[in-house]
Design a protein around this ligand. Structure first.
Ligand code: MN
Length: 269
């Protein structure tokens, strides 16, 4: 018998093993039919979820979103169907919108069975208060991005945008996306990360001592002290090379990215 069983790599990377119930968090998948490998990772990941109480998607699930009526045009219907499977399996899916898919709204929520959360949201996981964000609001040194956020946050801008034809919306989104991609290459890397004062302020405005976000594509666990309190920030990774996720269980938090696992025990926060 051949001992070397060939297991597809995506299966190895995505299998979630857990004896106890856990909560899973993901972000920054940037799903698009143009990257079928990432869609495959996503499908395998979703079907591998076992003993999972809920799944939190912390933004940028899609590469970009033009409004709930444009899902078919952008080829996102298969992803919606995959998400729908989770509610059938009894897993609650929560979504915080990112700077790419900030136009996700109630029709999408109805079709997929997900629940949309505000950015930020404070939730309790196994009795621990956790502050959840996409993360771009913490990147306060990136003034241009903050300006973009304040423009697209306006109801008037959204209504005007959504009244346009899908092809008009597509060209506007492409031009915005194009600009931000070009700028990323030249911006000093420091301003693309979170601002520590913004992180401290976000945590201090809530009872949480732990903050979880994505957006920066800099997965890691950060711990520091502030006014005698031990605080932590866990950052999710992006999915271009494979899945990244956080598994939150009753005893600890595991961050998975690039085949690495980092842990945070509750005693540490
Ligand atoms: Mn983002």
């Amino acid at each position: 018998m051949n001992q070397k069983k060939k297991v597809p790599q995506s299966k190895i990377q995505t299998h979630i093993k857990s004896e106890d119930t856990s909560i899973i968090l993901i972000s920054d998948l940037h799903l698009t039919p143009e990257s079928p490998q990432t869609i495959l990772h996503f499908n395998n990941f979703i079907t591998s979820l076992e003993n999972v109480d809920s799944l939190y998607i912390l933004g940028d699930l899609f590469e970009y979103w033009l409004g709930d009526d444009a899902a078919y045009s952008l080829g996102h219907v298969p992803v919606e169907k995959t998400l729908r499977l989770l509610s059938v399996k009894g897993i609650t899916v929560y979504l915080i919108r990112g700077n790419r898919d900030f136009l996700i709204d109630n029709d999408f929520a109805l079709r997929t069975g997900i629940k949309i959360l505000n950015d930020p949201t404070l939730h309790s996981f196994f009795g621990h208060q956790v502050l959840l964000l996409h993360g771009d609001s913490l990147c306060t040194d990136d003034k241009k991005h903050q300006k973009f956020r304040s423009i697209v946050d306006e109801t008037e801008w959204r209504l005007t945008f959504l009244r346009k034809s899908i092809s008009e919306r597509d060209s506007i989104a492409k031009s915005i996306r194009f600009r931000s991609d070009i700028e990323k290459r030249y911006k000093p890397s420091g301003i693309m990360d979170v601002n520590q004062l913004a992180v401290d302020a976000a945590l201090q405005s809530t009872p949480a001592r732990l903050l979880i976000h994505g957006h920066t594509h800099r997965p890691g666990i950060h711990q520091w002290n502030l006014n005698g309190e031990s605080l932590a920030r866990v950052v999710l990774g992006e999915w271009s090379e494979g899945p990244s996720w956080i598994q939150f269980s009753a005893s600890r938090i595991e961050l998975h990215y690039e085949d690495k696992v980092k842990c945070l025990e509750y005693g540490q926060v």
